[in-house]
Write a protein that binds this ligand. Structure first.
Ligand code: KIV
Ligand code: NA
Length: 274
């Protein structure tokens, strides 16, 4: 039960660790590494599919990737993002998409971006038996309205709005809230005021948990790392070096060697060719 796991972490005052994953190998890595939570983020559109934002990601995309993640990490609590416009046309449409995603992927919860305006949606999903994680601050699906990927909640008006949004989501039944690109002091305050856990990304180190994008933390296929990321490896470097060596070895006939080749009985070809 995801709710119980989160409550235990809060009770023990142990930070919650979350990493995104999008396919079988990345989720296997996250499970082996002992992450508490895997997020199948709609960031899949950017880091896996090469889109310039998350806006083109569909429910079918999320189901395709979500199922692969579950196969790679059957024993890790998994949250899946509802993509752009799949949860804000009407509550009925939301329930229909959420039903498909919940039945086909079998995650522990779904995540939706937005504040107060989602109260009816969060209430309905929760009543229907689908745990919901909120996501406020920088919400990439509305980047075109926000005016860019920038920190949210610095002004009094923005901070007030985020506080109201967070409380409204908690009251509606959200089991946790992701805080993205929120000044650390505001994220600290929100964490103190909410009973449910906050999971930060670019939100300081006082949240109840942290999340990073898999490809950012491994520096794998991303051209630019945001300020809030720490890269723990450089897979790009490792991968380019390895593939370059392979290309060179083939050109110079150093690969494959006899060790990689299949043998056969000489008589067979002698019989055919003399
Ligand atoms: O899609 C994603 O990767 C996310 C995290 C950044 C929280 O929503
Ligand atoms: Na997302």
């Amino acid at each position: 039960m995801i709710k119980k796991m989160l409550q235990n972490k809060i009770d023990d005052e142990t930070p919650i660790t979350m990493v995104t994953a999008y396919d079988f190998p990345s989720s296997k890595v996250c499970e082996s590494a002992g992450a508490d939570l895997i997020l199948v983020g709609d960031s899949v559109g950017m880091v896996m599919l090469g889109y310039s934002s998350t806006i083109k990601v569909t429910v079918d995309d999320m189901i395709h990737h979500g199922k692969a993640v579950r196969r790679g990490a059957p024993n890790t609590h998994t949250i899946v993002d509802m993509p752009f416009m799949s949860f804000n046309i009407s509550v009925e449409d939301t329930l229909r998409d959420a039903k498909r995603m919940f039945q086909e992927i079998e995650p522990d919860a779904l995540k939706i971006e937005g504040g107060q305006e989602l109260v009816p949606t969060v209430t309905k999903l929760t009543q229907a038996g689908i745990p919901v994680v909120g996501h406020i601050g920088l919400t990439p699906q509305t980047v075109n309205v926000l005016g860019g990927y920038r920190v949210q909640g610095r002004s009094e008006a923005e901070a007030k709005q985020l506080i109201e949004d967070a409380k409204a989501l908690e009251d509606a039944g959200a089991i946790a809230i992701v805080l993205e690109c929120v000044p650390a002091p505001l994220a600290t305050k929100l964490t103190e005021e909410l009973a449910i856990p906050t999971i930060g990304i670019g939100a300081g180190n006082q949240c109840d948990g942290q999340v990073l994008v898999y490809h950012d933390l491994l520096q794998y296929g991303v051209s630019r790392l945001p300020k809030f990321v720490q890269a723990y490896a450089n897979l790009d470097e490792v991968a380019v070096e390895a593939v370059s060596q392979y290309v060179l070895d083939v050109k110079e006939k150093n690969f494959p060697t006899d060790d990689h080749a299949y043998k056969m009985n000489d008589d067979v070809l002698k019989g055919l060719y003399g």
